[in-house]
Write a protein that binds this ligand. Structure first.
Ligand code: TRP
Length: 332
């Protein structure tokens, strides 16, 4: 049986952190054997919010290196950079003729960006969901691993696909959000304020590029309190988060011990954080080293990016041909 197509995009803004790892990358790694996977770095999307491109190339290389270091295998998946696949931009143009100004203006992420960057409300920002639809539809992908915040974009993608199919003939399947089971780990910021996200306070976010000492320092600073006052109490969010992290990187008996200590009101958060810091440093260390080695290997990066584009374009060329045929803009 032909494997289903899975596709996701990663914005090259900011450093990858533990929330990305457990919320997204680990999931991609698990999908690579079962599905026909396309993962790409969305460098064109970043131009809508980051017109200054001094850092762009570096960020793109780092994101690729970090994803490979986390276990994505460029032999198994197509790992590419968005701008190296020009069919995406061509499909974006056609889809723009099917997208209405009114629906684009109503998009939540657009309204957020208008508030964040009132001096640069460019047309690319407005049509961000159209470019994302082109990313997905150009591979005729059916499964798109994304977080909740991207679901509206996926719904718009389905609308554009349906409109296209209706107007010009069936070319696109309708893509759905997809995650393995329901057990995506939610990682909170170490200061207890919301999720560990790219733009949060740097000291409360654990980055895959952090060195051992910085990891220890951040964890030792994590928010705690004076401990539970009655047996088997409910854990406050920020304490639950430390246990979640421990569950992800420490051995089960260590987790069990601190859980029992918590339930018996004898827990010492200092000890718990020391243990967590050591286990976290051990966890991140090999990823950081591997990512750094890949990032320093220009030939390897060059090969990954070339092979990725080549693999992606087999698929995207076929789609663009079908799209041109359907629309009737095929002359040579
Ligand atoms: N918009 C996504 C984000 O902000 C990134 C992205 C771009 C994407 N194109 C995509 C995700 C296509 C999934 C599919 O995270």
């Amino acid at each position: 049986m032909k494997k289903e197509v899975v596709l996701s995009g990663i914005r090259p803004t900011g450093f990858l952190h533990l929330g990305n790892y457990f919320g997204a990358m680990r999931n991609y790694v698990r999908m690579q054997d079962e599905y026909n996977c396309y993962f790409f770095v969305a460098d064109l999307h970043s131009l809508t919010t980051h017109p200054d491109t001094k850092e762009l190339r570096n960020s793109v290389m780092r994101v690729i290196a970090e994803n490979v270091a986390c276990g994505l295998d460029p032999e198994k998946v197509a790992l590419y950079v968005q701008s190296t696949v020009p069919e995406v931009s061509e499909l974006y143009l056609y889809l723009n003729m099917l997208a209405y100004k009114g629906e684009l203006e109503k998009t939540t992420t657009f309204k957020d960006k208008v508030r964040l960057q009132p001096d640069n409300v460019n047309a690319g920002l407005l049509t961000y969901p159209v470019l994302m639809a082109a990313d997905i539809l150009v591979h005729r992908a059916v499964k798109v691993p994304v977080g909740k915040d991207q679901e509206q974009h996926l719904e718009m993608t389905r609308n554009f696909a349906e409109r296209f199919n209706h107007r010009y003939g069936e070319v696109f399947p309708l893509p759905q959000a997809f995650n393995y089971g329901t057990s995506l780990a939610k990682i909170m910021s170490l200061d207890g304020n919301g999720k560990m996200s790219k733009s949060e306070n740097q000291m409360s976010t654990l980055y895959l590029a952090d060195d051992d000492d910085l990891i220890r320092k951040k964890i030792m600073k994590a928010k705690t309190d004076s401990g539970p006052t009655e047996p088997n109490a409910e854990k406050p969010d920020y304490i639950e988060n430390l246990f979640t992290l421990m569950g992800l990187v420490s051995s089960p008996d260590v987790l069990e011990k601190f859980n029992a200590d918590f339930n018996n009101c004898v827990i010492r958060y200092g000890d718990m954080k020391k243990q967590l810091a050591e286990d976290m440093a051990k966890f991140i260390h090999p990823i950081r080293e591997k990512a750094a080695a890949i990032q320093a290997d220009k030939n390897l990066l060059d090969k990954i990016i070339r092979d990725g584009a080549e693999k992606a374009r087999i698929n995207t060329n076929a789609t663009i041909k079908a799209v041109r045929d359907a629309i009737g803009v095929h002359y040579i």
